[in-house]
Design a protein around this ligand. Structure first.
Ligand code: FES
Ligand code: FE
Length: 452
């Protein structure tokens, strides 16, 4: 379904690969504004890749649905009568009307508000007014069911979908680093996602919002005022000299504070109760021993931020997820999902929501700072001279060693750096340059080893 063969006239493979130079860290500013690049992203990244849809707890029963997007294609994620999760394009096959207008709910079927075509939960067209009278029986309902995602799969209860039948399995797409990132959310036990997704639009390119999650350089400066309120103690979280960056195949990454190997070896010798007790005196929730099964031996040492390429951010301690949905080259819609333990009390859930809304989202102390910088970085990179200057992502370049972890991927133990951002943009150029999955599989970079 993803048409990767229509290349905008000015963006052939060579031109795309030149947009980011991994050897110098120079990034071409046009990637945040060019309409041709944006259209290629929709085709070659969003329609081709696996996109996060929802958590299983959001659609537990037959008929439960949740509306999401694959790029700018709106989709209905719905559980049918057989328990199967379907991802259906939310556009009527008659004249294109959006079928489902609510953000989530429960339905027996989806009836179009324009002329009344009726679709089953698996997308089949089951009702057409005037079939005998106006169409005079000359109509094949079986040909006009809703368009569906090519593949829908889940990992640890997180559902993803791709529009491209040639995509590898979700397991292979995520690789060790992507699976480790999702494992961070599930590491403490069964979780649910609470109703009420916080949504807001920021005037910035989606990639600026994504690369910021690897950016621990800005934390003490941008968020100085948030820090001074006492609501968060960023100095305790930051650990600027104990950073662990993990780089995964196809652009996944995790960046931020890490547990040094020697300290992890000590943690491995103590029980879960003692870890829980120790967590009370740190901003981090030390994970139970079983987390290693979900996150791997390297992943379990990360206390940072995973990004599942292209646009799913998992926050510190796995308590929130955020999708950065593209809304044109110059706008991004942020969707904040709040995660709580399945067995949490009503009071614990209220506290989780309170904490989530105070940190991120439109009223969040941190995101008000971030959103302003992202918006201004997008706007100020747009002028005819400004856009020729390039962005600088050279921090730490050539000063660190990437080692292959026992779990695959690459791990870099370092201080604050821009390794995560460089890997993101290098991978992004490779996704954009490849004309289909076969091309991407053959020509993408493996996570680096040695000096990075
Ligand atoms: Fe949906 Fe006509 S557009 S029934
Ligand atoms: Fe920030």
């Amino acid at each position: 379904m993803a048409d990767g063969n229509q290349v905008h006239a000015s963006w052939d493979r060579e031109a795309i690969l030149s947009l980011f130079d991994p050897a110098s860290g120079r990034l071409d500013r046009r990637i945040y504004d060019d309409e041709g690049i944006y259209q290629l992203e929709l085709q070659r990244i969003f329609a081709r890749g696996w996109n996060f849809m929802c958590h299983e707890s959001q659609i537990p029963n037959s008929g439960d649905y949740f509306i999401n997007y694959i790029g700018e294609d709106q989709v209905i994620v719905v559980r049918d009568g057989e328990g199967q999760v379907n991802v259906l394009l939310n556009t009527c096959r008659h004249r294109g009307n959006a079928l489902c207008r609510a953000e989530q709910g429960n339905a027996k079927s989806f009836v179009c508000s324009y002329h009344g075509w009726n679709y089953a939960l698996n997308g089949d067209l089951i009702g057409v007014p005037g079939l005998k009278t106006y169409y005079r029986g000359d109509f094949d309902k079986s040909q006009l069911g809703l368009a569906k995602a090519a593949k829908v799969e889940s990992h640890l209860g997180f559902y993803f979908a791709t529009l491209d039948p040639a995509a590898p399995s979700l397991h292979d797409f995520l690789g060790d680093v992507g699976r480790s990132g999702l494992g961070m959310v599930a590491a403490y036990g069964d979780v649910i996602v609470l109703d009420g997704i916080q949504k807001n639009v920021i005037d910035c390119n989606w990639k600026i919002a994504v690369d910021n999650l690897f950016d621990w350089y800005h934390v003490m400066y941008s968020h100085a005022s948030a820090n001074s309120t006492g609501f968060v103690d960023l100095a305790k979280i930051l650990q600027p000299d104990n950073q662990l960056v993990m780089l995964g195949e196809y652009g996944h990454g995790i960046g931020g504070p890490g547990i040094p190997e020697a300290m992890q070896a000590q943690l491995d010798m103590i029980g879960d109760e003692q870890r829980a007790e120790m967590s009370k005196s740190t901003p981090f929730r030390l994970r139970p021993a079983s987390a290693k099964d979900l996150m791997g031996a390297t992943g379990v040492r990360s206390l940072g931020h995973p990004n599942i390429f292209p646009n799913l951010w998992i926050t510190l301690n796995g308590m929130q997820l955020c999708l950065r949905l593209p809304r044109g080259a110059g706008a991004t819609e942020l969707w904040w999902f709040t995660v709580v333990p399945k067995d949490s009390s009503p009071e614990q859930r209220r506290n989780a929501v309170r904490s989530a809304t105070h940190l991120f989202g439109p009223a969040g102390l941190l995101e008000q700072d971030d959103g302003e910088n992202w918006s201004q970085s997008t706007r100020a990179s747009r002028g005819v001279v400004s856009r020729s200057l390039g962005h600088n992502l050279q921090m730490g370049l050539g000063h660190d060693q990437a080692i292959a972890g026992p779990d695959g991927g690459a791990a870099i133990a370092t201080c604050i750096s821009e390794h995560g951002q460089r890997w993101l943009y290098q991978s992004w150029t490779e996704w954009l340059a490849a004309k289909d999955w076969a091309d991407l599989k053959a020509n993408h970079s493996a996570p680096p080893q040695g000096t990075v």
